[in-house]
Design a protein around this ligand. Structure first.
Ligand SMILES: C[S@@+](CC[C@H](N)C(=O)[O-])C[C@H]1O[C@@H](n2cnc3c(N)ncnc32)[C@H](O)[C@@H]1O
Length: 175
């Protein structure tokens, strides 16, 4: 993986999380229940440095929902959400499927443990036929587009919306 890519540090094979994970911190800011103590401590430390972070995150997620609702109402039925975080707390599929129950959504995140948890959530909530989640980097799009799960969920003969929301600030400039 390229050195300028933000890399998730958590090891999902370990029994309890070894590092805070942005996707789970984000879930906590949004009032979700998919974080661990290690994530909440890091989120609280961030909040001390950036007191407005919670309302900013909530407002950002509202923007995401407004944007995808608008697109869904205007006939778009397929979405690839890159740098999605966890598919919890009113993320893309909830907003889109309310407008178009037949739509198809693929989530992409670089954090392996978030992807494991996300897929579990999608399966448990009964959307796995038309919603998927893969681990890949936004900076390596060929890995996203060639992934078998992407090909299962998304039909590239039809229009596809690509979302990259609250993501690019994770990229470091290339040396
Ligand atoms: C701040 S969250 C944004 C969540 C959602 N898009 C939103 O706007 O509500 C950004 C997510 O991007 C992920 N991320 C960071 N670098 C990435 C990369 N190179 N490729 C894919 N995902 C990445 C993080 O793991 C995190 O879950």
């Amino acid at each position: 993986m390229s050195s300028h890519v933000f890399q998730g540090l958590d090891d999902p094979s370990k029994p309890s999380p070894s590092q805070p994970v942005v996707a789970r911190m984000y879930d906590w800011y949004l009032g979700g229940t998919h974080s661990y103590e290690i994530d909440r401590k890091a989120a609280e430390a961030t909040q001390r440095a950036l007191p407005d972070i919670k309302p900013l995150v909530v407002e950002n997620r509202s923007f995401l929902r407004r944007a995808v609702r608008y697109l869904a109402k205007n006939g778009y039925t397929q979405f690839i959400d890159i740098g999605s975080g966890l598919p919890t707390v009113g993320n893309t599929h909830e907003a889109v499927l309310r407008v178009n129950p037949g739509a198809r959504i693929l989530y992409v995140d670089i954090e392996a443990s978030a992807v494991n948890e996300g897929n579990e959530f999608i399966r448990k909530t009964g959307w796995a036929d038309q919603v998927g989640m893969i681990r890949a980097s936004a900076l390596e799009p060929e890995n996203i587009f060639n992934d078998p799960e992407t090909r299962r969920v998304i039909d590239f003969d039809k229009p596809v919306v690509i979302l990259k929301i609250a993501l690019v600030h994770f990229f470091r400039p290339q040396q």
